[in-house]
Write a protein that binds this ligand. Structure first.
Ligand SMILES: Cc1ncc(COP(=O)(O)O)c(C=O)c1O
Length: 406
């Protein structure tokens, strides 16, 4: 039985086209050369890396592939931007600005700079939809601000930040602007060359590429301190023998995304909307977290009042696992972000938009993707109301709600 997968913001399956592109670079008789080697095998690997760099640049809408540096993941790309910029520009000042809803890849990098290196960080609040206010950014800028880092789209709610406006404020203040584009790359068109963005992070496994590969866009002329020290790889910006199959996979994934985004995005958005409105119509006391319109087309984060989110995720998982029946396949969804859900800590993102603690615990993220079908939505609309009903029938909070209604 194939589970229905609604957790594409956590990770995506590798597309067949990507797998095929990577395979020759993993085969024992294939292109396993070291891109730094001068012999033919090495130069083939080098050429494959450069061709992939062009594909990444094309998806991000940057003119010069030399502005793309391959990293091991989105986290490394974010760390390279935040820590690399802080160390390279500390003579300018020791102040950074970010938002309360960033991924931990940015938040914990900022925390490290504060705790271990004496930098100061301002965490901008967000409105109830998760958006940063340009006025708040203007007010937080200081003469010693060296970097602003605001994500392009949020992983938990899908809310899209006003990057163009925020970047323009930074550009006119002469402050570097980084955006974590891990969730938006491949889902929304990015034309970074026309945007006041200096640094942007992406990750392979969020757009149908492999895990273990990411990239950082570094606008020409922007200086960063390297995080890894060793050989002169990636033009001295990131030492270490390159992950050639991974880079080839990321390039192939970017090429597929560029080709299909205009047709795939509306198709996925339509299914997401049907799922969202269908659940809200069928189940009482369901609330949307995130922006109603300025939001990724694949994401919906819903609070099911009086339901424990973890129990809902597990019950839905079990619906498929225990029944082992194609009529009732499992549903893979996620409470909060995958990275945070293992900790059972209330989501910092939902806290930041003001969701009360008891409702945070009843919040679940559905993130759809390329492989979902309308039949998946039909099944979800059939199963989820039943599961929520069952969980609520066991909940003392739900009992109280019923009494309140009488
Ligand atoms: C917005 C965002 N930034 C960064 C990351 C980290 O990416 P990676 O898993 O490639 O390290 C994630 C992963 O969930 C993410 O959603």
């Amino acid at each position: 039985m194939k589970p229905i997968y609604f957790d594409n913001n956590a990770t995506t399956p590798v597309r067949a086209e990507v797998f095929e592109a990577m395979a020759p670079f993993l085969a024992p008789d294939g292109g396993f050369g070291n891109p730094s080697s001068l012999h033919t095998l090495g130069q083939q690997a080098h050429a494959a890396m450069e061709s992939s760099r062009e594909k990444v640049a094309a998806l991000l809408g940057v003119a010069d592939p030399g502005e793309i540096v391959f990293t091991s993941c989105g986290t490394e790309a974010d760390n390279m931007a935040v820590i690399g910029a802080a160390f390279a520009h500390r003579e300018k000042g020791r102040h950074l600005i970010t938002s309360a809803v960033e991924h931990h890849a940015v938040l914990h990098a900022c925390d490290y700079l504060e705790k271990e290196h004496g930098f100061q960080v301002t965490y901008l609040p967000v409105d109830r939809f998760g958006r940063v206010s340009p006025n708040d950014l203007r007010g937080a800028l200081r003469p010693d601000t060296l970097l602003v880092s605001i994500m392009a789209a949020n992983n938990e709610m899908g809310t899209i930040e006003p990057i163009q406006e925020l970047g323009a404020i930074c550009r006119s203040a002469g402050v570097l602007f980084h955006t974590d584009a891990v969730q938006s790359a491949g889902k929304v068109p990015l034309k970074l060359k026309d945007c006041p963005v200096d640094l942007a992070a992406i990750s392979g496994h969020k757009l149908y590429g492999p895990k273990g590969i990411g990239a950082l866009y570094i606008r020409r002329g922007v200086q960063l301190h390297a995080l890894l020290h060793g050989g002169a790889h990636e033009k001295n910006r990131r030492a270490g023998t390159e992950n050639v199959p991974g880079a080839v996979g990321l390039g192939a994934a970017c090429a597929v995304a560029l080709k299909e985004m205009s047709t795939d995005e509306p198709r996925v958005r339509k299914m997401r909307d049907r799922l969202e409105t269908g659940l809200m119509e069928r189940i009482p006391f369901v609330f949307l977290n995130g922006h109603p319109t300025e939001r990724l087309g694949n994401t919906t984060n819903l609070t099911f009042d009086a339901v424990e989110g973890e129990s809902l995720v597990l019950a839905l998982d079990q619906a498929g696992f225990t029944l082992k029946n194609d009529a009732l396949p499992g549903l893979e969804v996620s409470t909060g972000s995958a990275c945070a859900s293992g900790l059972l800590e209330p989501s910092h993102v939902l806290k930041a938009i003001g969701v009360p603690m008891e409702r945070i615990h009843g919040s679940v993220r559905f993130s759809l993707g390329h492989f979902n079908t309308e039949a998946d939505i039909d099944t979800a609309l059939d199963i989820i109301p039943k599961v929520v009903d069952r969980l609520r029938s066991l909940s003392p909070i739900w009992e109280d709600r019923q009494k309140e209604k009488v």
